[in-house]
Design a binder for this molecule. Structure first.
Ligand code: FES
Length: 311
């Protein structure tokens, strides 16, 4: 049976067993992070790449892929030329790749704990394949240290095949399931002010969903200020109008990313991309928005608000 997919499609391949295993593993990862106490969110912000503004996992995966590719090249050169320098370089490259893979694994697991179907199951397989490939490279390094270089080289080639298969799934997660991609990137907002909601319908501190051209817009009134931003979360399209207001920020109801109302900045991950903000104003009793400025509007005095809209 098809599983509803919050990422925008349907996951027809996820068997109940696979789903249950992935969900149980996710819960364990959540527990492990929660055990870090109050600092767990800051740790996640670091590992997700929220503080960096880019998904950290994607950056770190370049280290093992590059190092292990170099290791295979040095192995081939050693075989052809028989020079000891190439053997040293190959072994060092394998070791550097293993160190990089550990960093990629930690960041990948951090990202994966907030992935939903179908990326969740695929991410689990991607992770298992990478761990297997890394274990094979570790065995390869051990063999090399024990002077069994032929075995070490064969294990290295096998490991490279496994991590290549894992990398293919990683690419599928990004390009097909859009994990780590800014979900608000394709949304277009009006270049000129357009009315989206009656001013009287926006209560103080009650996030509200409006819409223009089929694109949902979040409106929040805080005192004399009205904030507007993309309503769907940049992480996985969570509905921010159903989120929790935390001071002058909004927390996504799905994976608890938190965005500043002022400028859409990500205050807490797992999101790494900021929310697009809109400029707001009140005219003729209507809240109007336009892109791309991010300055919240101060409603005009009652007399001015009732005046006709300037041409
Ligand atoms: S959808 Fe994941 S934090 Fe908003």
């Amino acid at each position: 049976m098809a599983t509803p997919d919050i990422t925008g499609g349907f996951d027809c391949d996820e068997s109940p067993q696979a789903r249950s295993l992935a969900e149980r593993l996710q819960k364990q990862v959540h527990k492990a992070f929660a055990s870090a106490g109050p600092s767990s969110q800051e740790l996640k912000n670091l590992l997700n790449g929220t503080r960096l503004g880019e998904p950290l996992h994607v950056i770190l995966t370049d280290v093992p892929i590059g190092a292990w590719t170099a290791a295979l090249a040095f192995d081939a050169l050693e075989l052809i030329g028989g020079r000891a320098e190439f053997a040293v370089a190959a072994d060092a490259s394998v070791a550097i790749g293993i160190a990089g893979a550990l960093g990629a694994a930690v960041t990948g697991i951090t990202d994966w704990q907030d992935a939903d179907a179908p990326a969740r199951r695929l991410g689990m397989i991607h992770g298992f394949l990478n761990l297997s490939g890394t274990a094979l490279f570790a065995a390869s390094l051990l063999s090399r240290r024990r002077k069994a270089r032929g075995v070490g080289r064969i294990l290295g080639v096998l490991a490279y095949g496994v991590v290549t298969a894992a990398a293919r799934l990683g690419g599928k997660m990004v390009y097909e399931y859009r994990v780590g991609v800014d979900r608000t990137a394709r949304q277009t907002f009006p270049p000129d002010f357009v009315p989206v909601l009656a001013d009287s319908e926006l209560a103080e501190a009650q996030p509200k969903r409006a819409e223009h051209g089929g694109v949902p817009i979040l409106l929040v009134r805080r005192g004399i200020r009205i904030f507007a931003m993309a309503e769907t979360c940049s992480h996985f399209n969570g509905p921010l109008s159903e989120g929790e207001l935390v001071g002058d920020s909004i927390r996504c109801p799905w994976h608890r990313s938190r965005f500043a109302l002022e400028d859409g900045k990500v205050l807490d991950g797992p999101a790494v991309h900021p929310q697009p903000c809109l400029e707001t104003r009140v005219r003729n009793g209507q809240i109007e928005v336009r892109r791309p400025l991010c300055e919240p509007a101060v409603p005009e005095p009652a007399g001015a608000a009732a005046s006709p809209k300037p041409a």
